[in-house]
Design a protein around this ligand. Structure first.
Ligand code: HEC
Length: 172
């Protein structure tokens, strides 16, 4: 009789134990699920953060490139405006403008004819006299200077001789 009671109790105990184990397993599983869920959301947050940061950096870079481009354009415009202002400030005589600037440039920089700016008065005058006399042969210059008086040659040489100084002042 006692044997049967003990056997009965142990069966009940075993049953209870396995039910308990089953339940605690469930709890453990739940915990594990929650943990992996948390991990996954962390990864997502991480990913989201990374991509947004990347995007922000890219935008930042784009902005800085754009502002650099803008600055470059501004500088170019400024330089052009300055140049235009300087060229306006670089005044030449009507004599030079009418007879010489088309070939030697508005500031003596040279176009078809050579650059005159930077050459001194004595050299210019000597050249002009030689062209006019025909001792330095140049058909174009010879034809041009035939109509000009010696005084006009001196005036032109004086003016052209001062081009460099005037140019330096205008472009300062
Ligand atoms: C149709 C174009 C033309 C015009 C206009 C012209 N020149 Fe020239 N000039 C030339 C050419 C081309 C030369 C180069 C000739 C040579 O070296 O033999 C030259 C050479 C000169 C030189 C010598 C430069 C050097 O480095 O040796 C002087 C100075 C000069 N010109 C002054 C003038 C003056 C001043 C005027 C206005 C009165 C004038 N030129 C008008 C075409 C022109």
């Amino acid at each position: 009789m006692i044997k049967h009671v003990i056997a009965g109790i142990s069966v009940v105990l075993a049953l209870w134990a396995s039910i308990y184990m089953y339940n605690s397993d469930k709890e453990v599983n739940k915990l594990a699920n929650i943990q992996s869920l948390i991990k996954r959301t962390e990864i997502k947050v991480h990913l989201v953060k990374k991509t947004t940061i990347k995007k922000e950096i890219q935008q930042e870079q784009k902005n800085s490139i754009a502002s650099k481009e803008n600055k470059k354009m501004d500088d170019k415009l400024k330089a052009l405006r300055n140049k235009a202002g300087n060229m306006a400030a670089f005044k030449v005589s009507p004599l030079y403008k009418k007879n010489c600037s088309s070939c030697h440039g508005a500031t003596g920089e040279g176009i078809i004819g050579p650059k005159l700016r930077g050459k001194n008065k004595e050299y210019i005058l000597k050249s002009l006299k030689e062209f006019k006399a025909g001792t330095r042969k140049n058909y174009v210059m010879y034809g041009l200077l035939g109509n000009l008086s010696d005084q006009q040659l001196v005036d032109l040489a004086t003016e052209i001789g001062s081009f460099q100084e005037k140019y330096d002042k205008a472009t300062k």
